[in-house]
Design a protein around this ligand. Sequence first.
Ligand SMILES: [Zn+2]
Length: 282
Amino acid sequence: MRWPDRPQATVTQALTACTAGMQDHVEKQRLEGLLTQMQIAEASYLRCVGGTDLHALNTSPDLLKGQQPKDKEALVRAYDQGLVGRKDGRALYDSIMAAAPHGECPLCGTGEVDTLDHYMPKTVFPLCSIMPINLVPACMHCNHGKGAALAGSPDTQPLHPYVDQLGYERWLVADVLPTIPASVRFRVQARADWPPSLAARVRHHFDSYNLSLRYGQKAGRHLAGSRRDHARLLALGPDILRHALEEDAESWALTDPNAWETALYFGLASSEWYVNGGLLQV
Ligand SMILES: [Zn+2]
């Protein structure tokens, strides 16, 4: 998974973009009247993420304001109509989506980005509805799967792609299973330099987005397509095949050390069963 760069725009700039060209002056005045609350919420948000106490976001009183029904509806509309649908707002929306490397969803590392996910759900935290740091590029699968539920404990707080630092070392591992045909199970191997809470959150993220299954499906299809090439290399000897798999793994690792492809190739190269003929099982 590769994290996008954090948006530089502020909530003040986002509101300006959302309300540019707005015909409904009552709505525009209502939103402008909420700007101070949005700015205070943004400052609190930045304080929480600066201290990496993301779970504190759930109970921050500054973020929980803006709940008067008409205010809340206007704030949600500011996103749905202003940021998604109006020209200046859409330009900001698109720029945040475009920050995802290779258009790949940072939450799963497999889907294509086609929406923005509210890290803090807008239905619960309407003041965060157009706050750029709260908007994360995502695929539809991840966006729909997450819902509006809040983490019940710090260990189940979702990863925040703009905030959480997972480092550049490998932590995604693929175990090749001697099944017919070969299958792969992906898992998180927590790094020694991660605090226990981060290790718990990465595992929770992995489970809640069903990444073991999703990566396993991708790997299964990939193995089926690679079988002929791998069989040809195996005919030259297991060491030739292993070396080729290691080369592929190192090549993928240059792009992303924790891509499912990187983990897959390292897993294949270290599987005695696979490189000694397991791949030929059908
Ligand atoms: Zn995704």
